[in-house]
Design a protein around this ligand. Structure first.
Ligand SMILES: Cc1cc2nc3c(=O)[nH]c(=O)nc-3n(C[C@H](O)[C@H](O)[C@H](O)COP(=O)(O)O)c2cc1C
Length: 274
């Protein structure tokens, strides 16, 4: 993934690059198709997430269709700093999409390798990162796995080598589940930030130091999701992720097949007083 702040005169904004000069490592919510939408971003920002990405948006559809823009991208004033992730093959299309979205975002990200990002021959990855740096990107996020790897350990050593070979900030991604993991990986890789996907789905409060989802975070999700008119499937899926570690198999068998908002609300109220 390669992130690049958008130049614009259309709105006042904080430069997200400043986050990397704050003296702390930057805690980032990853782009997640179907999941890192406005309601979820609102939730993780409440729990110490410094920067959020939208789900990946296909730039060509975004440029072509107002309907796609409305369904793929929603934001509000509190939703900053925000990076919009695009998938694009044509530079012109990416540029057009960036121009459309720039009044509402702090940067755009080009998805360059979802889900694996490093090459077997690390030299090729370092060369690619250097080329990206030379084009003027603001920072690079590296998921430390190659294309064949799914559940194998993340190559944090590779992220460290990339960091040592470029001057722009590097963000480490892969298998970060707790704030402690984030701190360790920051020390291990010397990366300027950490990006988390599944760890935040399982526990949106992890950047605030919680080891598992606290009940107040579940309550916050219910309130935020209902306020945003979140579709039932999305509302329910997030709760299934968040409650994975705190519910028994038997509880999951009941909770995971609930099929309406009112049934979920009743369940949460009866079992958790939420
Ligand atoms: C549900 C889900 C959706 C994802 N969608 C995207 C996406 O839209 N763009 C992207 O670059 N990566 C996407 N990814 C990959 C993550 O951003 C991340 O690189 C990967 O999950 C490894 O990080 P993790 O170990 O913290 O989960 C997605 C991952 C998950 C679990």
């Amino acid at each position: 993934m390669i992130s690049d702040a958008i130049e614009t005169t259309q709105c006042q904004r904080k430069d997200p690059v400043d986050l990397f000069h704050s003296g702390h490592f930057v805690k980032i919510c990853a782009p997640m198709v179907r999941y890192s939408k406005l309601a979820f971003r609102t939730l993780v920002r409440k729990y110490n997430c410094d920067l959020c990405y939208t789900p990946m948006i296909v730039a060509a559809d975004f440029v072509r269709s107002l309907k796609a823009r409305d369904s793929e991208f929603t934001t509000n004033e509190g939703d900053r700093p925000l990076i919009v992730q695009f998938a694009a093959k044509e530079p012109q299309i990416l540029s057009d999409a960036a121009r459309i979205v720039c009044p509402f975002a702090d940067g755009i990200d080009l998805n360059c390798g979802c889900p694996q990002r490093i090459h077997d021959d690390l030299k090729r990855t370092v060369d690619l990162c250097r080329k990206a740096e030379a084009t003027g990107v603001s920072w690079i996020t590296v998921h430390g796995r190659n294309v064949e790897e799914r559940h194998q350990p993340v190559h944090y050593d590779a992220i460290k080598i990339i960091k040592q070979n470029v001057s722009i900030p590097i963000v480490a991604n892969g298998d970060i589940k707790t704030l402690k993991d984030a701190e360790n990986i920051h020390h291990m890789t010397e990366a300027d930030g950490v990006m988390v996907a599944r760890g935040l789905l399982a526990n949106p409060a992890m950047f605030a130091g919680y080891e598992e989802t606290p009940l107040k975070c579940i309550k916050d999700w219910v309130n935020i999701a209902l306020e945003h008119g979140t579709p039932f499937t999305c509302f329910h899926h997030h709760l299934m992720y968040m409650m994975e570690r705190i519910t028994s198999k038997q509880e999951k068998r009941v909770f995971n097949v609930l099929s309406s908002t009112s049934a979920v609300l009743d369940y949460l109220s009866d079992h958790y007083g939420v």
